[in-house]
Write a protein that binds this ligand. Sequence first.
Ligand code: ASP
Length: 346
Amino acid sequence: MKKILIIATGGTIASTPGGDGLAPGLTGEELAAYVPELADIAQVEVVQPMNIDSTNMRPADWVAISRTIMGAYEDFDGFVVLHGTDTMAYTAAALSYLIQGSPKPIVLTGSQQPMANPFTDARLNLYQSVLYATDDLSRDVTIVFGGQVIVGTRAHKQRTMSFNAFNSVNFPLPAIIRAGRIVRDGGVGMALGDIWPDGAGDVASSAGPLVYDRLNERVIVLRLTPGLSPRVFDLLAGDFDAIVLETFGIGGIPEYERASFERAIFDWVESGHTLALTTQVSEEGLDLGVYEVGRAYAENADILKGDDMTTEALVAKTMWALGQSKDPEVVRELFYRTVNHDRNPR
Ligand code: ASP
């Protein structure tokens, strides 16, 4: 029987009602005890590096989770991280960059309702996650939630209450779980890597994962809104090394009379800051080549293009790339590496 390590970190799944509202109260051991059926499919052990609402999860916690996994990597066949849903997409992306090309599955799950709620989604999500983590074809970082398997760099929390909380953005589901069975790629039984091989820069899977543990937290997301002043770049320059800029549509950045975004953006990158462009439209991604106004940005190699990546993955990837080097050329090389299916270049 496969050995699976459950890493409990808190979230609604572990929450119990208190005087001030729901807060994580159950331990990982208590959560696992709610699903005795786990004993039929795996030999499960539990660790608890933290017990927090994922609202309070920080990059240092992502590194702590990664270290917990790597500290036990040789002793287990798969890992299931129990996590709050609110920032799960960020953690899944971050783990994809911290532990790259893992031949052993690292699955994140949680629930919209606490485990102790009689109508909870927690029991099924935990069971299905352990089931997925025991399968020979499973690998890399994924989220298993509401019967869907979502690649760790492609998740976005789309719903605050419904049990299908997550969408997979710009990428197909590698599998669904139906009637206690894993159904891959419409049932043909192939692993994701067989149908969607990662880019040439990705790490080989059989050699074991490529592990990192440094992140640069000085990354901010800036969403353009009509009339926003480009002076915002000056305001951010002292406190941040990188901006992930959510442009309009397929890549629109305004150019107002006497308020030049182009100047502000070029100054930002010329002064050694990093800029990654994406779109605030949730599906289909960025293409700066389409409109005349986007050309100058498209042609500037210092401006990183997020293509069809999620904002969550862009934040984690920029933190990871800047955590490895300050050299813009190295950062660019890391940024454009395809990791865990995170981008489809134009
Ligand atoms: N606030 C909770 C959390 O993210 C929500 C949840 O788990 O569903 O920890």
